[in-house]
Write a protein that binds this ligand. Structure first.
Ligand code: SAM
Ligand code: SF4
Ligand code: SF4
Length: 385
């Protein structure tokens, strides 16, 4: 992969070489954009999630538990990270293959120095039909109050903020660095004030840990324009000690909400959307748009691989075709070997064309009881959510 020192417990699987480009189809004009590939299950490529750092100032137990990500953990050296030029070139090539949406993530993306410079570069990109890309960012919110205005000015459209509860004691325990709820709420307010909306708030629900926060969170965000999304605790990575009995199925989340407010199922806003949408109902039925909506992301109990159109780019330039993949494909090697745009786009296209990943669907047929320490799936903090 690179000459970096391999830590004793390296959670980053080694990458594979990218496939070489398929022979180009004969075309009348050399300026024609490359064809947009479908994968082996006929899914298009629409969404690229870009991890800009493997570091984080939180230690959420379901993502970067302190026992593994301690003071001796060896993060990637600066030289291993993709530069902003490499990231924006990669995003441009992905856009030429059908990607219309970019999500910056991590680790904590706001820890990457001068992230707004990268956002401004990405905001210049266009789809083959000339439309700007949809650019969003997922953050723990800790630096958002400080950075919201600069992010907006650089061209960021929206943010998703993670917040696992309003109870300060519970939240401080879950982030495991004693970070207070009020500072995340200040970040959400600042993002709303500068127009980084509609804001989404992600709450990972762990049975027995923060399930009692479901209703207070819904009550707090109802009618504010913020879309709260409840995420089933996932068996991503190999370090969080995941257990099935700590997963609270989305159906239970909806049932708990329905005990307080009548809810109506809403149609998906876009194909490949990860969340199922639910709205608060009006007195006579139908959706009360002024009360807003919530989402549930049921990656454990209801697989949504069928229309998964997401690729992921790790901090060091590995392409992952699935959140649960055990290895990536080394795009950085191509970028740094001086490959042409055409060759790189061809390699990405060939890679996507061979994609068969559908981990959640397969898991639904044979659910794991606990995360297997030996299964070296990539960590969420490295690949991004
Ligand atoms: N640090 C940023 C944040 O927390 O928003 C961005 C990266 S984080 C890996 C992206 C999203 O993944 C967050 O909303 C987080 O709650 C979610 N996540 C992390 N580990 C998870 C797990 N085991 N199950 C479900 N969601 C998880
Ligand atoms: Fe950090 Fe986000 Fe992972 Fe929490 S979920 S440890 S904030 S990367
Ligand atoms: Fe997509 Fe993999 Fe998640 Fe299925 S398990 S929805 S293929 S990322």
């Amino acid at each position: 992969m690179s000459e970096r020192v391999i830590p004793l417990v390296d959670q980053r699987p080694s990458g594979r070489a990218m496939p070489s480009a398929l022979p180009a189809a004969p075309s009348l004009s050399s300026s024609r954009p490359p064809a947009m590939p479908l994968d082996a299950l006929k899914r298009p490529l629409r969404d690229l999630r870009i991890s800009v750092t493997d570091r984080c100032n939180f230690r959420c137990s379901y993502c970067m538990p302190k026992s593994v990500f301690d003071k001796d953990y060896q993060y990637l050296p600066q030289s291993a990270l993709l530069s902003f030029e490499e990231i924006s070139r990669t995003a441009k090539l992905f856009a030429s293959l059908g990607v219309t949406k970019l999500r910056l993530t991590g680790g904590e993306p706001l820890l990457r120095k001068h992230i707004e410079v990268l956002i401004a570069m990405l905001a210049e990109l266009r789809t083959p039909s000339g439309a700007p890309l949809d650019i969003t960012l997922t953050t723990n919110g800790s630096l958002l109050a400080k950075k919201a205005a600069a992010l907006k000015a650089a061209g960021l459209q929206r943010v998703t903020v993670s917040l696992d509860g309003l109870d300060d004691t519970v939240f401080r325990q879950m982030n495991d660095v004693d970070f207070p709820v009020r500072d995340v709420l200040a970040g959400i307010e600042a993002a709303q004030a500068v127009g980084l909306g509609p804001i989404k708030v992600n709450m990972v629900v762990k049975r027995g840990t923060n399930e009692h926060e479901i209703v207070p969170m819904a009550r707090f965000f109802k009618g504010t324009g913020v879309v709260l999304r409840f995420i089933e605790y996932m068996d991503v990575g190999a370090t969080n000690g995941w257990r099935m009995d700590e997963v609270l199925p989305s159906a239970d989340v909806i049932a708990r909400l329905q005990a307080h407010w009548p809810m109506v199922a809403l149609d998906a806003a876009a194909p490949g959307e990860t969340a199922q949408r639910w709205g608060y109902a009006k007195a006579g039925g139908g959706h009360d748009a002024s009360a807003g909506e919530i989402g549930v992301i049921s990656s454990v109990t209801q697989a949504f691989c069928g229309d998964c159109n997401r690729a992921r780019l790790s901090t060091e330039g590995q392409i992952y075709l699935c959140l649960f993949a055990t290895h990536g494909h080394d795009l950085r090697a191509l970028l740094r070997a001086g490959a042409s745009d055409e060759d790189i786009a061809g390699s990405i296209s060939a890679l996507w064309s061979g994609r068969t990943d559908r981990y959640s669907q397969l898991r639904a047929m044979q659910p794991p009881e606990a995360s297997e320490p030996g299964a070296r799936r990539v960590e969420m903090s490295y690949i991004g959510g």
